[in-house]
Ligand binder design. Structure first.
Ligand code: HEC
Length: 157
């Protein structure tokens, strides 16, 4: 019963991640320049890493603690970089960033910090994890961070 609920939760997160990761690929972002391009690339990198980690969590690819740790570290580093990647008013070109980011700057930065903390948690868990499934909960938390920030601060197209 509990097992089933965890599975369903995980399935939803994985689906969400697939959508997240796909978004960057499906939409052509030709025309993005400067810091907007830089942060789109960073976000896309996180999307790719989440996709790879989702496959591991679901047992579709073999569990590899070192590469899970590397992915977690990369996500944490991108999260730390978020304040620098969103200078005030940078919404040019195909950007989907919304003005609310700068109106609610402390909350926006807190979303990034939450992601960093959750990626750190997963990174630490790779030391003791015996399988991808052992990282499921921490992975789900990371996915919820992506979703939470997008829900508040990314334009819905
Ligand atoms: C602190 C807020 C925040 C967090 C946390 C966050 N994102 Fe984003 N993300 C954004 C914003 C804002 C945009 C739109 C940026 C733009 O278009 O200028 C975006 C855009 C994206 C894009 C589209 C990039 C493109 O090419 O247009 C992808 C993919 C993405 N995020 C994936 C992720 C994933 C995966 C995570 C979690 C590991 C994540 N994001 C966490 C705020 C966040």
């Amino acid at each position: 019963m509990l097992q089933t609920r965890i599975r369903i939760g995980l399935g939803a997160v994985c689906l969400m991640v697939a959508i997240l990761a796909g978004a960057g690929v499906a939409v052509s972002h030709g025309g993005a320049t400067g810091v907007v391009k830089e942060r789109m690339d960073a976000m896309k990198d996180m999307g790719g890493r989440m996709k790879a980690m989702a496959a591991m969590v679901r047992g579709r690819t073999p569990f590899d603690a070192a590469s899970a740790k590397e992915a977690a570290d990369a996500i944490a580093a991108h999260a730390r970089d978020v304040p620098r990647l969103f200078p005030k008013g940078s919404r040019h070109g195909p950007s989907e960033a919304i003005e609310k980011i700068w109106i609610e700057w402390p909350q926006f930065v807190a979303e990034a910090k939450a992601l960093e903390d959750r990626a750190d948690v997963l990174g630490r868990q790779t030391v003791t994890a015996k399988s991808g499934a052992d990282l499921g909960r921490a992975f789900g938390d990371i996915g919820r961070s992506c979703k939470s920030c997008h829900g508040r601060y990314r334009e819905k197209k």
